[in-house]
Ligand binder design. Structure first.
Ligand SMILES: [Zn+2]
Length: 344
């Protein structure tokens, strides 16, 4: 049995993964101790709390059993030696030095192989298991990340710095939205769920009459400070014009970024995952398609078929971490098949 973790900015997901069946058996979720949830905690406190949280999840799932292998998916770039270079959604700028989770957590599983990979890389392996080999996976939730896969392997460069489109500057203005990493105007700051919420509030204050006339204001939240991303999602589904314009403006830079990735490496398949994107759904995908198409040299690409939505659940990182371990141990015979109708 494998033990897999997908550590997000808000949730530590853990599960047992059965390599024979190619599926998750039991899952466990707990809140991530982060710079954003515990604002007075020191970097050392947050680190210790995370180690404790991981240990508790392991105990809850395994008891006294020993896993054959452990895979930890972290939300940050990971180098070839398994060091997490930064993890802005967990630690903000509090930890500027790389950390080596496999070393720091070795006492939890002293007789097990421990692997550390990026969380978007892990999600990508779920799709590798369905037969995709050359594709780009893009996650849009509280942040934005991507990884390009070629031949069924992620391409991140010798230093592990690739696949971080979320930290590319698309708004160089001094008042551009702040990014978790400490920069400003990055793709992740502008086009994520968090970025959409910030833009909604800024516009609500700047255009009070237009906001007041919107269905978002009338039926969801009249106080901009009370707005939540769920309100934006619901108003977008209701086709509220103010919200549709807002999401269009948020999606456009991300669609252009997909165009840049396509022109850079030629990848022709984009799988969109992440809570914010999947909640917005098909019409959001269509906005990305339009923006990507308009940003690129037209060589006859069919952007509508190139960009697709992924599985609408919260398990991609966990399943992908299990698939990654299967591949490490050379057991590909039980790789799960693509469930019918799962990919949209
Ligand atoms: Zn950034």
């Amino acid at each position: 049995m494998y033990l897999v973790f997908d550590i997000g900015g808000t949730t530590v997901r853990a599960a047992l993964y059965d390599p024979d069946r190619g599926q998750l058996m039991h899952t466990h979720r707990s809140a991530t101790p982060s710079t954003w949830s515990e604002r007075t905690a020191t970097a050392a406190d947050l680190h210790d709390q995370l180690v404790r949280r991981i240990g508790e999840a392991s105990n809850a799932l395994l008891g006294a059993q020993r896993p054959k292998a452990v895979c930890l998916a972290f939300p940050g770039p990971v180098d070839a030696t398994g060091r997490v270079l930064v993890a802005p959604t967990v630690w903000g700028r509090a930890r500027s030095k790389p950390v080596a989770p496999a070393v720091e957590l070795a006492h939890l599983w002293p007789s097990s192989h421990i692997y550390v990979i990026n969380d978007v890389t892990a999600a990508g392996y779920r799709y590798v298991a369905t037969g995709l080999a050359d594709f780009c996976i893009l996650t849009v939730s509280s942040g934005v990340g991507h990884k390009v896969f070629v031949g069924g392997r992620e391409i991140v460069g010798p230093g592990g710095r690739g696949g971080e489109i979320g930290h590319w500057v698309v708004d160089p203005s001094p008042h551009a939205p702040p990014c978790d990493c400490g920069g400003r105007g990055h793709v992740g700051a502008v086009t994520s769920g968090r970025g959409a919420l910030l833009l909604a509030r800024r516009r609500a204050y700047a255009q009070p009459r237009l906001f007041g006339e919107s269905a978002l204001c009338r039926y969801r939240a009249s106080d901009p400070e009370q707005l939540r991303t769920e309100d934006l999602v619901a108003s977008f589904a209701d086709e509220d014009a103010w919200t549709v314009r807002l999401i269009g403006d948020v999606a456009r830079p991300l669609g252009r970024a997909l165009g840049a990735i396509h022109l850079t490496v030629g990848v022709e398949r984009f799988v969109i995952v992440g809570g914010f994107a999947l909640a917005l759904g098909e019409r959001y995908r269509a906005l990305l398609v339009s923006a990507a198409r308009e940003s690129c040299l037209d060589l006859g690409q069919d952007w509508d078929s190139m960009i697709q939505l992924g599985y609408h659940d919260d398990d991609s990182g966990l399943i992908g971490a299990g698939v990654y371990l299967q591949r490490q141990f050379g057991d590909r015979s039980s790789v799960p098949c693509m469930p019918a109708g799962a990919l949209q």
